[in-house]
Design a binder for this molecule. Structure first.
Ligand SMILES: Cc1cc2nc3c(=O)[nH]c(=O)nc-3n(C[C@H](O)[C@H](O)[C@H](O)COP(=O)(O)OP(=O)(O)OC[C@H]3O[C@@H](n4cnc5c(N)ncnc54)[C@H](O)[C@@H]3O)c2cc1C
Length: 666
C-alpha cells in the first residue's frame, strides 16, 4: 500500500464466550503496541450497533484505513463488519478478522495460553490487513424465473408461492403425476385431515397456474451457469400418449392386454396396473402413460394382432412414435424438493418382511386404509387362500431409524405419529381389534401431537416398551419375540399382522442431483443446508435452495413451512432482478499460466475453463475464472503447478506475512 497504514483493532468479548477464557484487556494492550495500530479497543459485543459505531467513528475521526476485528468466525460476521466499513466510507475488503472464539476461547480452557494464542491471531491479522487490496463486487442481471425440482407437497407449495409473486416457475416432476408421498397417505396426523382432500386442490392449482409450466414425467439433465443465470436442460420422457388429446377416460387401460399384471408403484405394489396406466385416480396431469419396459408393442414390436389401446382410444391419443424431448430454459434460482425414500425393511431380516406377506410397511398400511387404495380401505390380510380381517395387530417403531446397524443414527421424526395415526385408523375400522405398539421412546413434539398420543391410548391402543428381536411364523400366526423393558419380561406375542414403522431415508437416486447442482450431504446423507440454524434453506451453491424431506425427515407442516421459506429466499434474486458477485475470487496470471488445466479439474465449483489467448503472437491456452461461480476457496491455487492462480485477499504476498506473524514470539 502506498498510503501510510493506519489500523484499528477491535477485540470482542462476545459476552463471556471469549472474555471468560481470553484476557481481552491484555490482548487490547498488546494490539495497541503492534506496528501501525492507531487504536485498539475491546467491547462486549462488537457486532452490536454500538460496537459497529465504535469502528465507524474511528474510521472517520482517526482516519483509519484498515480494520481488524478479533471476534468469531468470519462466516458469522464478516458481512456485518464489511458493511460497517463501507458505511464509514472505507473499501469493505480492507477488513481482516481474527477468529478468537471458535479457534481460541471455545477450544481452550487455560486462560493464559488462550490469551497468548489470541495475541498471535491478532498479530497475524494485523500483518495481513496492511497488504489487502481494494476490491469491488459486481452485480449481474437475474433471470426472473425459477426451477423447482420435485413436485411433492414441498415443490408444489414453493412453486405456487413463487408463481403467486408474479414469476415464471418450471416445475419438474420425475413421475407421471405430481403429489409425491403425501398423495399416498390416507389421513394425516394429528388432525386426521384427509390427505387427498387437502393436497388435490394444490396439485390442480399448480398444474393450472398461468405462471407455472409443469414438466411431469421429466428429469433435469444439465445445469450450467450461476445464481441469477442458470441454464437448464430437462428431458421430457415420452409417454407414448399425446397429452393434448388424452381425455383421461381410461378406456385404453381397460383394454390393455397386460391390464392388472404389474405391481402399481403408487399402491406400494399392493394393487396392480397394466402397461398403460394412470398412477392413481386423482393424478395430475390426468393423462395416461405407457410403461416402455412393460408394453408388449414397445418391447417386442408386437401386441397380439395390434395394440388394443390404440383401438380403444377414441381421442386417437396413443402415439408409439413419440420420442423424449429436451427442453431448455434459463432461471435465476433453483429450488430442490426431491423428497425421500422409505427404509427397505429387507435390510432388517429379523422382521421377516421379505418372507411373510402379513408383515407390511407403514406406507403399505397407508394404501391399505385408504378408500382409494387397492382394498377400498378395508384392512384385510391373506391367510392361506382366505382373505381375513386381522384382529391382533402390532406396530413396531423405529425400523431403520435410530439404528447404527443400518447406518441411520437419526430419528425419522414422523414414524411415532404416523404409527399413532394408523393405530387409531385400525381401531376405527376394526373396533374389536387388539392393537399394540412396540416402541423405544415416543417422540410427540409437535403441535397437538402429545394430545393425539394420549387420545389413541385412551382408545385402547397398548404401548409396550421394547425393541423386538425377531418375528417368526407359528401356524397362521406371526410371533414377535420381544422384551418388555419396563417390566423386564420376555414376551412372545402372537399376532395376525405386523406393521413396520419404516423410517425416512435420502433418495437412492439423489447422487444425480448432487452432481448437477454441486450439493453436499450431511452425515445422515440428506442434502446439506448452508448453515443449520441461520441458513436452513440455502445451500453452498448460491441460488440453489432446499425444501422438504430432501434436507431431512419432517412432517407435512414443517415441509410446507420450509417450502415457503425456500420460496421466499429464491424470490430475493428474482425480485431484485440483480445478484451481487463476491469480489474475493481467484485470479489467473495469464502471462505465466501454462494452460495445463489442472485447476479446471480440481475446482469444486466448475468455475474455471481453458480459453485460447494470443500471447505475444502465439495462440496459447490459459485458465480463466468465471467470477460468478468462484467461491474463492483456493483449491486451484493449492494445485497450480506454475503458481499462476491465486484468490484475491489470499495471495502469497498477503498470507505469508500472516503465517510469519503466527510464528513470532512477541
Ligand atoms: C408412512 C408415512 C406416513 C406419513 N404420514 C404423515 C402424516 O400423517 N402427517 C404428516 O404431517 N406427515 C406424514 N408423513 C410425512 C410426509 O409424507 C412428508 O412430510 C412429505 O411427503 C414430504 O414431502 P416432500 O415434498 O418433501 O417429499 P415427497 O413427498 O417425497 O415428494 C418429492 C417429489 O419429488 C419427486 N422427485 C424426486 N426426485 C426427483 C428428480 N430428480 N427430479 C424430479 N422430481 C423428483 C418425487 O417423485 C416426488 O414427487 C408420512 C410419511 C410416511 C412415510
Amino acid at each position: 500500500m502506498t498510503e501510510k497504514p493506519k489500523l484499528g483493532v477491535y477485540i470482542c468479548h462476545c459476552g463471556i464466550n471469549i472474555a471468560a477464557t481470553v484476557d481481552v484487556e491484555a490482548v487490547t494492550e498488546y494490539a495497541q503496541a503492534l506496528p501501525n495500530v492507531v487504536i485498539a479497543r475491546n467491547y462486549s459485543y462488537m457486532c452490536s450497533d454500538p460496537g459497529q459505531l465504535l469502528i465507524k467513528n474511528d474510521i472517520k475521526e482517526k482516519g483509519l484505513n484498515r480494520v481488524v476485528v478479533a471476534s468469531c468466525s468470519p462466516r458469522m460476521h464478516e458481512p456485518t463488519f464489511r458493511k460497517a466499513l463501507q458505511e464509514a466510507g472505507l473499501n469493505p475488503y480492507y477488513l481482516e478478522m481474527a477468529n478468537i472464539r471458535e479457534q481460541c476461547s471455545w477450544v481452550h480452557e487455560d486462560r493464559e495460553a488462550a490469551t497468548a494464542k489470541a495475541k498471535k491471531l491478532v498479530a497475524a491479522a494485523v500483518a495481513k490487513v496492511r497488504l489487502l487490496e481494494p476490491l469491488t463486487s459486481r452485480e449481474v442481471d437475474a433471470e426472473p424465473a425459477a426451477l423447482v425440482i420435485g413436485a411433492g407437497i414441498a415443490g408444489i407449495q414453493a412453486a405456487l408461492d413463487i408463481a403467486d409473486a408474479g414469476f415464471k416457475v418450471y416445475l419438474v416432476e420425475k413421475s407421471p403425476s405430481v403429489g409425491g408421498r403425501m398423495a399416498q397417505l390416507d389421513k394425516t396426523f394429528p388432525t386426521l385431515d384427509c390427505s387427498a382432500c387437502i393436497l388435490t386442490p394444490k396439485m390442480v392449482d399448480a398444474a393450472s397456474h398461468p405462471n407455472i409450466e409443469l414438466l411431469a414425467y421429466s428429469e433435469v439433465e444439465e445445469v450450467g451457469g450461476f445464481i441469477g443465470n442458470f441454464e437448464v436442460k430437462v428431458r421430457k420422457k415420452a409417454r407414448y400418449v399425446d397429452v393434448s388429446k388424452c381425455t383421461g377416460c381410461g378406456d385404453c387401460a381397460k383394454e390393455c392386454r397386460l391390464a392388472g399384471r404389474f405391481p402399481n408403484e403408487f399402491d406400494e405394489g399392493l394393487g396392480k396396473r397394466g402397461a398403460i396406466y394412470l398412477p392413481f385416480p386423482q393424478a395430475v396431469p390426468a393423462k395416461y402413460t405407457i410403461d416402455p419396459e412393460k408394453c408388449l408393442f414397445l418391447t417386442r414390436g408386437k401386441c397380439g394382432k395390434g395394440p388394443k389401446c390404440v383401438d380403444a382410444c377414441r381421442a386417437g391419443a396413443i402415439d408409439f412414435e413419440q420420442k423424449d424431448e429436451i427442453v431448455s430454459f434459463k432461471v435465476g434460482a433453483i429450488l430442490v424438493a426431491t423428497g425421500f425414500d422409505v427404509f427397505d425393511p429387507v435390510r432388517k431380516p429379523e422382521y421377516g418382511y421379505a418372507g411373510y406377506p402379513n408383515v407390511i410397511t407403514g406406507l403399505e398400511m397407508e394404501r391399505l386404509v385408504s378408500a382409494s387404495g387397492p382394498t377400498g380401505g378395508n384392512i384385510v390380510i391373506h391367510n392361506g387362500e382366505e382373505e381375513i380381517v386381522p384382529k391382533d395387530i402390532a406396530f413396531i417403531q423405529c425400523v431403520g431409524s435410530r439404528d447404527q446397524s443400518v447406518g441411520n443414527e437419526y430419528c425419522s421424526r414422523v414414524c411415532c405419529m404416523y404409527t399413532a395415526k394408523q393405530a387409531h385408523l385400525v381401531k376405527d375400522k376394526i373396533p374389536d381389534a387388539r392393537v399394540r405398539v412396540y416402541y423405544m421412546d415416543v417422540r410427540a413434539f409437535g403441535k397437538g401431537f402429545e394430545e393425539f398420543y394420549d387420545r389413541v391410548r385412551r382408545e385402547g391402543i397398548r404401548y409396550v416398551r421394547g425393541n423386538p428381536s425377531e418375528i417368526f411364523k407359528r401356524g397362521n400366526k406371526l410371533v414377535i419375540k420381544v422384551e418388555d423393558t419396563l417390566t423386564a419380561t420376555p414376551l412372545e406375542d402372537e399376532v395376525d399382522m405386523v406393521v413396520l414403522a419404516v423410517g425416512l431415508e435420502p433418495r437412492g437416486d439423489a447422487r444425480k442431483i448432487i452432481e448437477l447442482l454441486r450439493l453436499s450431504q450431511s452425515p445422515d446423507r440428506f442434502f446439506l443446508e448452508a448453515h443449520p440454524k441461520l441458513r436452513p434453506v440455502d445451500t453452498a451453491t448460491d441460488g440453489v435452495y432446499l425444501a422438504g424431506c430432501c434436507q431431512g425427515p419432517k412432517d407435512i407442516p414443517d415441509t410446507v413451512a420450509q417450502a415457503k421459506g425456500a420460496a421466499a429466499s429464491a424470490l430475493i434474486p428474482l425480485a431484485r432482478g440483480k445478484v451481487a458477485i463476491d469480489a474475493q475470487v481467484a485470479e489467473v496470471n495469464e502471462a505465466t499460466c501454462r494452460g495445463c488445466g489442472f485447476c479446471v479439474s480440481i475446482c469444486p465449483y466448475s468455475a474455471i475453463e481453458l480459453v485460447t489467448v494470443n500471447r505475444m503472437g502465439h495462440m496459447v491456452e490459459v485458465a480463466r475464472v468465471n467470477e460468478a461461480l468462484c467461491k474463492g476457496c483456493g483449491s486451484c491455487s493449492a494445485g497450480c503447478l506454475s503458481n499462476s492462480i491465486q484468490p484475491k485477499s489470499f495471495r502469497d504476498r498477503q498470507i505469508l506475512p500472516q503465517i510469519a506473524a503466527l510464528g513470532g514470539t512477541r
